[in-house]
Each structure stands twice: as C-alpha cells, then as structure tokens.
Design a protein around this ligand. Structure first.
Ligand code: AMP
Ligand code: MG
Length: 267
C-alpha cells in the first residue's frame, strides 16, 4: 500500500499535477484540528521516550517555496514537545567560510545526535534548488550532488538516523496571498523581502528544479513526502501523521533502571 503523499522511488514526478489542497483525511478544518491535537499529545510522549532511550535519531527536513509554511509547521507541530530534545537548524545563504568547503560541510554537524529530533528549516537540498535556478554554480557542479546527497543520507540512515523529508507544496496563488499578508500585517512585515519577489518570477524554473530533485532523491530509505500545503490545518495534520506513525514504528522505550528500585526508600 503506498503511503499517503509519499513518493515512490523510480517513479516520474509531475509536480504541476500534485495537489496543493488536501482533502484526503478530513473535509473540514475542525475535525482535522481535533485529530492533530490528539496526535500532538502522542508525539509529546513518544519524544520523551526517544530522548530517554538515547539510541536513535530523527532528522526532519523541510523544503518549500518562500511563504510555503516551514516556520509555521515547526511552530505548530513541535509546540509542547520538550525543547531539550528538539534542535531546529535554519539554513540561510552560506557564509564565506561555508562556501570555502564542500556543500555538505555545514549540514553534517547539526544532524541529530542520539535521542534527538533534528529539524532542518531548508537543508542541503537548497544546493540543487536555489543554486541551480540562480546559476550560482555550473550544472557540472550541482548535477552530481543528487548522488552525493543520496550517499550522504544513506550513511546517516545506516548509522541509526531516520530521515523524513517534507516538501510543502503551495500554489502560486497561495504564495501571492501570503506575500500580501506580509505587506499588510505589522506582525509579518519583517518577513517580506524583495528577493522573494524575484524568486517568485522564476516560479516555473523552481518547479522544474523541485521536480527533478524529488525524482532523483526519493529513495527507499528516505523518500520525499509532498504535502498539500495551501491549507495550514491540512498541512499540519498530514505532517504530524507521518511523524507520529514513524515514531510508533520505532517504538522507543524508557531504559530499564540499572539497579533494583523496589527496595529503595528516600529519607
Ligand atoms: P529564509 O528561509 O526566508 O530565512 O531565507 C533564507 C535564504 O537563504 C533563502 O533565500 C534561501 O534560498 C537561501 N539559501 C539557503 N541555503 C542556500 C544555499 N545553499 N545557497 C544559496 N542560498 C541559500
Ligand atoms: Mg524568507
């Protein structure tokens, strides 16, 4: 049974045909939010166990066009989860020092340690997306990166890391609405950037870059989930479902006490 929104390795991806609106789970917002909040309670317990067990790691990578909802997803999904067990890393344009190294150099250090959930807000995938669309390096440099990324992820998975990759798929219309809100809402003004408008002009080139990236880096060990993300409530639930299902499967356990606790009294 194919998993909902999960891509199959070796299958061509037609990004313009993938839905940006979800109706798979619940037709209405209220029911979706109720399920989301139940699942979040479960996530909080599962994360406690993952942290206590201190053996396995989860890496969650979020990619999207500007205003695609990466920040909102992190805020909503991890609200209430022990902050000590979650580390969010946001990848901006590389520094001079980062550019003087291979593209995975800055990525490897913040990958999650035992017991941790690492969340990447953007990721190594920018190096085959923005870098490609804006010609920051020649094709001869970015094209081999698909394989390098797959090899890198294979090494992480082989060393005990579970990787979940989410592409938050929004429509160009929805991006317009969200940019407009950034212009109008004083709480959102700070997020508005003229650069984002330049990137919006290149929407189709971005879609082509995303499409090839999704196709070439969907592997059995780390497939992409393409999440319909025009409705935030649907996006949150779809992502929460994948994370909770994966954690249930990992079934983390509290370590058993190293000593017999039954006879101990505390004075
Ligand atoms: P934001 O997510 O709004 O804070 O923006 C971060 C910016 O950094 C975006 O415009 C990204 O395209 C850019 N960025 C992230 N990673 C890279 C990269 N490897 N090369 C070039 N630009 C990048
Ligand atoms: Mg931005």
């Amino acid at each position: 049974m194919p998993k909902t929104h999960c891509l199959q390795p070796g299958t061509p991806v037609l990004i313009n045909e993938l839905p940006t609106q979800g109706k798979m789970f619940h037709p209405d917002r209220e029911a979706a939010e109720a399920e989301f909040s139940t699942l979040r309670d479960e996530l909080i317990v599962l994360q406690r166990k993952l942290y206590a067990e201190n053996k396995r790691r989860i890496l969650i990578a979020l990619q999207a066009m500007d205003a695609g909802g990466k920040d909102g997803t992190i805020r909503k999904v991890f609200r209430g989860v022990n902050p000590q067990g979650v580390r969010v890393t946001s990848f901006k344009a590389p520094s001079k020092e980062e550019l003087a190294h291979d593209f995975l150099w800055r990525i490897h250090r913040p990958v999650p340690a035992n017991g941790m959930i690492g969340v990447f807000n953007r990721s190594h995938y920018e190096d085959v997306l923005v870098v490609r669309v804006h010609d920051l390096v020649p094709e001869a440099v970015w094209r081999p990166r698909y394989k390098m990324i797959n090899d890198f992820e294979s090494m992480l998975v082989g060393s005990g890391t579970t990787i979940l990759k989410f592409y938050l798929h929004i429509s160009r219309e929805e991006q317009r609405t969200r940019f407009q809100a950034r212009l109008e809402d004083p709480h959102k003004n700070w997020k508005f950037s003229l650069e984002d408008l330049e990137k919006r002009k290149l929407w189709q080139s971005y879609m082509a870059a995303y499409q090839e990236m999704l196709e070439r880096t969907t592997t059995d060990m780390a497939p992409w989930y393409v999440i319909p993300a025009d409705q935030k409530w649907y996006r949150n639930l779809a992502i929460m479902r994948v994370i909770v299902q994966k954690l249930r499967k990992l079934n983390p356990q509290y370590p058993s006490p190293a000593i017999d606790l039954s006879g101990i009294t505390i004075d």
